[in-house]
Write a protein that binds this ligand. Structure first.
Ligand code: HXC
Ligand code: NAP
Length: 282
């Protein structure tokens, strides 16, 4: 269903595009004809990733160093990206910081660190893109990567939950406010997709197998599944989707939310007894 020219000549800026899911999405976009900017803090890593991505997938990948917590650096990075390609079509806010910790152990700097990358960084990049699109009279698309706990919150990752919920609020706010400028937004809430960055910080050693029990499909996500969803959402075929957040998690968060999900532990025999008890009660 994905034609090779689905994203032909679209210029897509991916924050955090040199690693993990950002890189996986970028590689898929290259296959579909896009041109990329990848931007994050580690310049050498970015340059190497850009080389490898171009060699494996063709197209053009411009690596630009930036710390998204610094609004001046964000401005400089957008200036360089815009000048290089003569404009941008898509901003993919994918950069994030996160780690698991009891909240009472966090220092103010730890809180600022996650909120700075996820909420402020996303906001600064969105402002830098939006101002340019509006001034140039060009259409634009913002895709934000959030998490399934944007609605529920989550113990042990409170700064990330608060920041990602803010990003979702931004996604929905701008869907309405900037539609008149032909700028639209969307978000993706991924469940577990193993990456080095996330697993090192969030998955206690030896617990990956046990974590599968939380997921009705009993498997983690494949990077290409997320990349295909992102490609669709950035294509013109999804032009009427505005302000929506798509969950891609094998049913994980619904299982956590459903009051009786835990009954999956019952055997056939347990169910026979349950039915007999219910009939007796009648
Ligand atoms: C408690 C911690 C901590 C930890 C850092 N800090 N790690 N506190 N527990 N595990 C504290 C430090 O002590 C310091 O506070 C403050 O946070 C800033 O730490 P620095 O190391 O100086 O920050 P910095 O170099 O800016 O790094 C930012 C970072 C780091 C967020 C801490 O982890 C990072 O660079 N992350 C980027 C990549 C990432 O996180 N990827 C995962 C995304 S996954 P003090 O007071 O001591 O100075 C994701 C998935 C969600 O979002 C859903 C999964 C299913
Ligand atoms: P990752 O590889 O650690 O990606 C995080 C990226 O953000 C890195 O490339 C990092 O590059 C960049 N980054 C961090 N701080 C930055 C800063 N201050 N300025 C600029 N860039 C910065 O982890 P991932 O798993 O692929 O995560 C990608 C996205 O998916 C994140 O938004 C995450 O919240 C989301 N997500 C992931 C999962 C999952 O299961 N993996 C689940 C839900 C949501 P530098 O270090 O070079 O700066």
């Amino acid at each position: 269903m994905f034609l090779p020219d689905l994203l032909k000549d679209k210029v897509i800026l991916i924050t955090g595009g040199g690693t993990g899911l950002g890189r996986a999405m970028g590689e898929r976009f290259l296959d579909l004809g896009a041109k990329l900017v990848i931007a994050s803090r580690r310049e050498e890593l970015l340059k190497q990733a850009a080389d490898e991505m171009e060699r494996a997938h063709g197209g053009e990948v411009l690596p630009l160093p930036v710390d998204v917590r610094d609004p001046d650096a964000v401005e400089r990075m957008f200036e360089a990206a815009w000048a290089h390609y003569g404009g941008l079509d898509v901003l993919l806010n994918n950069a994030a910081g996160n780690f698991a910790s009891p909240t009472e152990r966090l220092s103010p700097r730890a809180v600022d660190s996650v909120l700075g990358i996820v909420l402020h960084g996303t906001f600064y990049c969105t402002l830098a893109a939006g101002k340019r699109w509006i001034a140039a009279g060009r259409p634009g698309r913002v895709l934000n990567i959030v998490a399934t706990y944007v609605e529920s919150g989550s113990a042990y990752v409170a700064p990330s939950a608060a920041a990602k919920a803010g990003v979702l609020a931004l996604t929905r706010s701008l869907a309405v406010e900037w539609a008149r400028h032909n700028i639209t937004t969307a978000a993706i809430a991924p469940g577990p997709f193993p990456t080095e960055g996330a697993w090192q910080r969030l998955m206690p050693p030896g617990m990956a197998e046990a974590a599968l029990n939380r997921i009705p499909l009993k498997r983690v996500g494949r990077h290409e599944e997320l990349a295909n969803l992102a490609a669709y959402l950035l294509s013109d075929m999804a032009g009427y989707i505005n302000g929506e957040c798509v969950v891609i998690d094998g049913g994980e968060w619904l299982k956590g939310a459903g009051q009786f999900s835990w009954l999956e532990a019952l055997s056939d025999e347990d169910w026979m007894q349950m039915a007999a008890r219910a009939k007796q009660a009648k």
